[in-house]
Design a protein around this ligand. Structure first.
Ligand code: AMP
Length: 187
């Protein structure tokens, strides 16, 4: 079975380099056109909104999972296929992790890093490393070079076992992202 539900974690800001927003738009469009269902945080702001708008414009399905705090701030995206309201950030994160067949990390800040770390840390529930969903870090304009260097440092220091991380991918182009999504199959 091929992947269907693709969770996208990304910044609630645009970032300073227009390449970030450009890639977010390209990703949304590619997900929509290739019939993946995009699942994300449900907001209108920053790269989140750009990616979701592009997926919808390309005829895709988009599900947003949004905590009450952002509904109160009127930052919920009301033009999605589905918007699921949840009480808080923790429930949202858990729902996204449960729903995702694959996970994509776009440029973002601390919130995105937390979502990446929490998703990667769930590997213990899968048992077999080959059953783990792919986590694709999009290293656009080298934004994650520092993080990737830290992962290497953990490996060298003996705190990360590389054989446990076969599902972690790094991509710099949309072709690489789509190649991973289309190549892998879910058991
Ligand atoms: P950051 O990488 O720090 O910009 O955080 C990105 C994450 O913060 C998103 O995936 C959301 O979990 C959350 N977030 C921040 N602002 C909003 C918002 N206005 N609407 C929805 N989610 C938000």
């Amino acid at each position: 079975m091929t992947y269907k539900n693709v969770v996208v974690y990304c910044g609630s800001h645009f970032g300073n380099d227009p390449a970030y927003a450009a890639f977010a738009g390209e990703l949304g469009e590619a997900l929509g056109k290739n019939h993946f269902r995009m699942i994300y945080g449900g907001g209108t702001v920053g790269l989140m909104g750009i990616c979701a708008d592009a997926a919808m414009a390309a005829g895709g399905e988009v599900t947003g999972i949004i905590p009450e705090v952002f509904i109160a701030k009127e930052q919920a995206h009301r033009g999605l296929t589905a918007l699921i309201e949840v009480p808080d950030m923790t429930v949202r994160k858990q729902r996204m992790i449960e729903m995702g067949d694959a996970f994509i990390i776009l440029p973002g800040g601390i919130g995105t890093l937390e979502e990446l770390a929490d998703t990667a840390n769930q590997r213990h529930i899968y048992g077999d490393p080959f059953a783990q969903p792919p986590i694709i870090i999009c290293n656009i304009e080298h934004i994650y070079d520092g993080l990737l260097a830290q992962i290497k440092t953990w490996e060298e220091a003996g705190f990360i076992e590389p054989s446990e991380w076969g599902n972690l991918h790094v991509a710099e182009t949309m072709e690489e992202v789509m190649g991973i999504l289309k190549m892998k199959t879910k058991q």
